[in-house]
Design a protein around this ligand. Structure first.
Ligand code: CP
Length: 306
């Protein structure tokens, strides 16, 4: 593995190896170790879209592995004067950066930079367009495995909300399928469903209501309504959206009593998820965030040859 652009590229064994590494790195992810395998390396965070969790956790992950971190400020960079992203990459490589964490609104950008990178450099997608958010997929699998055990094949998983615009849904669906989930349900208003022939959702079952998706499921993955990616009125109103598709405490009773509730963040509280669910006893949303540091440490360590 030289770059991490999508979870589609990983086998089951490769995903499990990354999850095992992340699990082993959890104490260090919380800052409790002096192990520094990335000392002497520089990780460049190139974020061309806003981020709280991914950017901060990549920074912490790199620092806790001993790397130097360069947080590239897109808004005040020379890309604003017309410098290409490839030239930006080459200049940062010339300063010694070799691990590039890239978030961009366009799906192809991390792959283009990977193609242009020096042989010793690695590119990680930190979320590109609707295409992929591979480290989110890994941290979600780590969270599910911690709560539900090793055997994914017996799990019923519901992905609900704005699936059409969600790179998280695509990466999660790829990983869940690779790890053996057979019962994967998708539920969204018709305007927010993905293309029916997208390969990552090929084994999933589209159901016509949130209630049908939740019935007896073990894992509920709620997704953010991504209004910034909508160029047309795909949702009538936020009130109607919550009424029909919002994850309320009453609806959650349809899932198994020990079902876990996940959300990649940031949440639109009162739109796709109720406060009482987001902050309730079945929520593992902040465990996902903690696991993000460990999962990203595992990816950085593997790409650096650890
Ligand atoms: N889940 C996620 O990607 O969150 P951020 O946009 O805050 O990084």
């Amino acid at each position: 593995m030289r770059h991490l652009l999508s979870l589609e590229q990983l086998t089951r064994d490769e995903i499990l190896r990354l999850l095992d590494t992340a699990q082993a790195l959890r104490p260090q992810a919380l800052g409790r170790s002096a192990h520094r395998p990335l000392r002497g390396l520089t990780v460049a965070n190139l974020f061309f879209e806003p981020s709280t969790r991914t950017r901060a956790s990549f920074q912490l992950a790199a620092e806790r592995l001993g790397a130097d971190v360069l947080n590239f400020e897109a808004e005040s960079s020379s890309t604003r004067k017309g410098e290409t992203l490839t030239d930006t990459l080459r200049n940062l490589e010339a300063m010694g950066a070799s691990l590039f964490v890239v978030r961009h609104a366009h799906s192809s950008v991390p792959a283009s930079l990977a193609a242009a990178a020096l042989p010793g450099s690695s590119v990680i997608s930190a979320g590109d367009g609707r295409h992929s958010h591979p480290t989110q997929g890994l941290l979600d699998m780590l969270t599910i495995r911690q709560r539900k055990g090793e055997d994914f094949s017996r799990l019923s998983v519901a992905i609900v909300g704005d699936i059409r615009h969600s790179r998280v849904a695509r990466s999660d669906a790829q990983a869940l399928r690779t790890l053996g989930v057979k019962d994967l349900r998708l539920a969204a208003p018709a305007t927010l469903l993905p293309d029916p022939d997208e390969p990552c959702f090929a084994a999933a079952q589209v159901v016509d209501s949130l209630d049908a998706a939740l019935q007896g499921c073990d894992v509920v993955m709620s997704l953010r309504l991504q209004r910034e990616r909508m160029d047309e009125g795909l949702v009538a109103s936020l009130e109607e959206y919550y009424r029909d598709w919002g994850l309320s405490p009453e609806r959650l009773t349809l899932a198994r009593p020990d079902a876990i509730v996940m959300h990649p963040g940031p949440m639109n509280r009162g739109v796709e998820i109720a406060d009482a669910v987001a902050d309730g006893p079945q929520s593992v949303i902040l465990e996902q965030v903690s696991n993000g540091v460990a999962a990203r440490m595992a990816v950085l360590e593997h790409l650096a040859g650890g």
